[in-house]
Design a protein around this ligand. Structure first.
Ligand code: FAD
Ligand code: MG
Length: 297
């Protein structure tokens, strides 16, 4: 075997897993395609000691610290697939390059697809967001929209009044029932049933089909998420359904349903953050080390 562990994905979760393994003097390869989920945002919030910092800077500093350990190797690129072999796994790095390892850690995150409304995508991470804890505070109690994508969006509509004056654009995807309307009224959320035509302006003004324009400081919506590695199921990893998309099922130690395969970060939870990814990564790293010490290959 070339390595004890190959980690697919070298962002917050993968680097955190790698740190534990490197500190246990294990041979680790990190393969990273360099497309962090939060690359659209200028600042990352809510992570201890790094609040408000540029998200790429947090990851870059973590990478430098990980690469100080001599048993760590790093490849920039995409793992095209992985397959179980006797005693471990092969990982296909493309162009005929294949590496072997006794264990795999999957930390490849998810990618987001947004509702197909003109003007939405280019504002993602700047004035269009998903997570109020990450980006709500900076809206300074201003005018906030929630663009519904399904009935789940009611939760956004009920939460966001804590961050500003909120309008829920149901956009034809659902009609709130009497009880939901009562809950929204209690929270002070305005419901706007007209269809949304486009998002425009410096922040995220909503243009409705009937021509009205609702000026906003920020807009929240729920993306659909998809796993960045389509080959996880071939490894025997079972998935769970989340409100935004499927994620890899793990136990509390971040072991997947496939022997020898661990998963951490956004790829392995219903909704993630930098802090949760780092925590999951630390757990996955320690659990992978435990498996190397005490379980058969
Ligand atoms: P990611 O950071 O997404 O990294 C996954 C890595 O794996 C990427 O580098 C990717 O290229 C790589 N990869 C994927 N497939 C492969 C492959 N086949 N081979 C090799 N490498 C691969 N969270 C906060 O806590 N605070 C915030 O302020 C915040 N703001 C956000 C803003 C936006 C717009 C978005 C979309 C998310 C935000 N988040 C924020 C959430 C945060 O980005 C994620 O929770 C976090 O990035 C998950 O970390 P991760 O390591 O699991 O995955
Ligand atoms: Mg990662």
């Amino acid at each position: 075997m070339n390595f004890d562990v190959v980690i697919v994905g070298g962002s917050y979760a993968g680097i955190s897993a790698g740190l534990q393994l490197a500190r246990a003097r294990r041979k680790v390869l990190v393969v990273d395609a360099g497309e962090r989920r939060n690359r659209f945002a200028a600042q990352s919030h809510g992570f201890l000691g790094q609040d408000g910092r540029e998200p790429g800077a947090i990851a870059a500093e973590a990478r430098v610290q990980l690469e100080c350990y001599p048993s760590v190797a790093w490849v920039e690129g995409r793992a095209e697939g992985a397959r179980r072999i006797e005693g471990g796994f092969t990982v296909d790095l493309g162009n005929g390059r294949v590496k072997t390892a006794r264990r795999l850690v999957l930390a490849a995150g998810v990618s987001d697809s947004l509702p197909d409304i003109p003007g939405l995508r280019e504002r993602w991470g700047r004035s269009v967001f998903h997570c109020p804890y990450c980006h709500g505070y900076e809206l300074e109690q201003g005018r906030i929209g929630v663009l519904a994508v399904s009935e789940h969006s009611i939760h956004h509509g009920l939460m966001l009044p804590d961050w500003g004056t909120t309008t829920l654009f149901t956009n034809g995807v659902f009609v709130p029932d009497a009880e939901q309307l009562r809950q929204l009224a209690v929270r002070g959320t305005t419901v706007e049933p007209a269809l949304v035509r486009e998002i425009r302006g410096e922040r995220a003004d909503v243009v409705l089909e009937d021509g009205r324009v609702v000026a906003l400081d920020g807009l929240f919506t729920m993306p659909r998420t998809s796993l960045q590695i389509p080959w996880v199921e071939q490894l025997g990893c079972e998935l769970d359904a989340g409100p935004m998309g499927a994620f890899i099922r793990t136990d509390a130690m971040k072991q997947t349903t496939a022997r020898g395969v661990f998963a951490c970060g956004d790829i392995a939870r219903a909704a993630g953050s930098v802090a949760l990814s780092v925590g999951d990564g630390a757990m996955a790293g320690a659990a992978t080390h435990r498996s190397l010490m005490f379980e058969a290959d």
